[in-house]
Design a protein around this ligand. Structure first.
Ligand SMILES: C[S@@+](CC[C@H](N)C(=O)[O-])C[C@H]1O[C@@H](n2cnc3c(N)ncnc32)[C@H](O)[C@@H]1O
Length: 252
């Protein structure tokens, strides 16, 4: 299924189906990443804006926001947001080239995460290429290390209840392994049954420190354990599950 078809199908039930990064960001880090670059004289682009969840973090702090998404239906919902300085554009960010204005700030939250690694990398490249020299992109992507920590934590939970590793129900561990060895090598792990690209620290370090770009900061956006497991016990604390948030600058 292509991206537009998939996300048009999701649009109507977006709130119940899709994880809300902004609501679950435990330490409200995204707000700080964005406000560092907030400037009422600048235009910013929200790449893969979805139904517009990031708009409250962006619209009040920039002159103009352009929300770009492949899904007509998601954009139609985002258009109902109350902000007057937001416009929208339908585009496939994985195309070889996209037609958007150059900006000083770009935001892209959990968009480059399909099971097609080349398409994901093209999305990231297009986001970065939209920046003026000196401009910054804040990019959020799923973490493969977090998948591993979640699996370890689940095993520890079973252990505290006297269950051996071999006796953990297979279904419980199904989200923590790739469907094929290609998937495993590429960091494709299922989320709610959907093969989803997850990134390693070292992969992002190399990806964002190349060509005209320099990685300024790579941090963890932490979420509570209740976002992974039903009724997690009280001892289940840090390290919490996380997505990576990267701040990438165009230096040339
Ligand atoms: C998980 S949602 C995230 C939405 C929003 N960034 C947020 O954090 O609430 C992924 C969004 O990326 C969009 N998307 C996925 N692939 C895309 C592509 N190739 N080009 C443009 N948008 C895409 C989807 O339509 C969807 O709205």
């Amino acid at each position: 299924m292509n991206d537009a078809l998939h996300w048009n199908n999701v649009a109507d039930t977006y709130d119940t189906q899709i994880f809300n990064v902004f609501k679950n960001d435990k330490k409200r880090k995204l707000q700080r990443f964005i406000s560092k670059y907030a400037n009422k004289k600048n235009t910013a682009i929200d790449f893969g804006c979805g139904v517009g969840k990031a708009l409250p973090l962006l619209a009040p702090f920039f002159k103009e926001i352009i929300g770009v998404d492949v899904s007509k239906k998601c954009i139609a919902i985002a258009r109902t947001s109350p902000y007057k300085n937001v416009s929208f554009k339908e585009a496939d960010l994985a195309a070889q080239k996209i037609n958007v204005p150059s900006v000083d700030f770009a935001f892209c939250c959990n968009v480059a995460m399909s099971d097609d690694v080349k398409r994901n990398y093209r999305i990231i490249r297009n986001v970065l290429n939209s920046l003026n020299k000196g401009g910054v992109a804040v990019i959020v992507v799923p973490s493969l290390e977090s998948v591993s920590i979640s699996a370890l934590t689940l095993m520890r939970w079973y252990e505290t209840e006297g269950v051996n590793l071999a006796d953990i129900p297979k279904d419980e561990m199904k989200n923590f392994r790739g469907d094929t060895s290609k998937h495993l090598a590429e960091g494709i792990v299922n989320i709610d049954g959907l093969p989803t690209k997850h990134y390693l620290f070292t992969e992002l370090y190399a990806l964002f420190n190349s060509g005209n770009f320099s990685l300024q900061k790579l941090d963890r956006l932490e979420y509570g354990w209740e976002t992974e497991f039903d009724s997690p016990p009280k001892w289940m604390q840090a390290p919490y599950p996380w997505d990576w948030v990267a701040e990438v600058k165009r230096v040339k």
